[in-house]
Design a protein around this ligand. Structure first.
Ligand SMILES: [Zn+2]
Length: 250
């Protein structure tokens, strides 16, 4: 194979890998935000559950104050009952006391309901807290994995940037200029495999004369349609060392 063509294929692999790594790195802030959002969601569920429990406790305290008021009235009636002179007065006071006792009973039932509700709400708070703790663990693990991945990505970028310098240094200047020009115009992909007479990226059929020349891999030829530099991957065993670029067959 033409050695510049071989370098161009390597250069394209380097550029595509660097581009993918940079893209993935650039997703970092959004991925961080998604992790924060997961934690916020779990924290809000805990806060909401605690708020319900607090409201339940307030409601229960209010009811208990009401009970105390009615019981205060009852004990006052009991004192007054001793001093009552007439039967009518006595019966009227008995009626008041029966009413107050009824109120106490009704409110005490409500207090009991609140207490049962508090048990459920406490369980909900505990469950939400356990879920938050689990989510915190999972998010911490995801964050560590993400940071490790980003370190790895940056190392990859640094490594292939060095490799690129070496490849570019060995390339013919004119060939490099063509590559850079096509790369800029074609979204970073300046090299294309030609297969079965077709440019595999723009899918345009090549002139037979061009394709026959491309098959020899001994010249820098561009696709008439997309201008990408063409290469050919010989079928395994047919035209010598064709396997080394097989990963470019996509
Ligand atoms: Zn093309």
């Amino acid at each position: 194979m033409n050695s510049d063509l071989e370098r161009l294929i390597a250069l394209q692999q380097i550029d595509s890998a660097a581009d993918a790594a940079r893209r993935r790195l650039a997703e970092g802030p959004d991925r961080e935000k998604a992790l924060d959002a997961r934690l916020d969601g779990a924290r809000q569920r805990v806060a909401a559950a605690k708020e319900q429990l607090t409201q339940n406790q307030h409601a229960r305290r209010d009811l208990e104050k009401e009970v105390a008021v009615h019981q205060g009235r009852l004990s006052k009636f009991r004192d007054q009952l001793m001093a009552v002179k007439t039967n009518v007065e006595y019966q009227a006071m008995q009626k008041e006391m029966t009413f107050a006792q009824g109120e106490v009973k009704t409110i005490e039932d409500k207090v009991l309901e609140r207490m049962l509700e508090a048990d459920e709400l406490t369980a909900i708070v505990k469950r939400a807290e356990a879920e938050l703790a689990a989510e915190q663990k999972a998010v911490d693990a995801d964050r560590r994995a993400m940071q490790a991945e980003q370190t790895e990505l940056q190392a990859t970028i640094d490594r292939i940037t060095g490799e690129r310098v070496a490849v570019v240094g060995a390339l013919d200047k004119q060939v490099l200029a063509t590559f850079e020009q096509v790369s800029r115009k074609r979204n970073g992909v300046a090299v294309a495999e030609a297969r079965d007479g077709i440019c595999t990226i723009c899918h345009v059929r090549l002139r037979p004369q061009i394709f026959n020349t491309v098959m020899r891999n001994d010249a820098i030829l561009q696709c008439d349609s997309c201008n990408r530099i063409l290469y050919f991957v010989p079928k395994a065993g047919v035209q010598g060392s064709g396997t080394q670029n097989s990963e470019l067959r996509t």
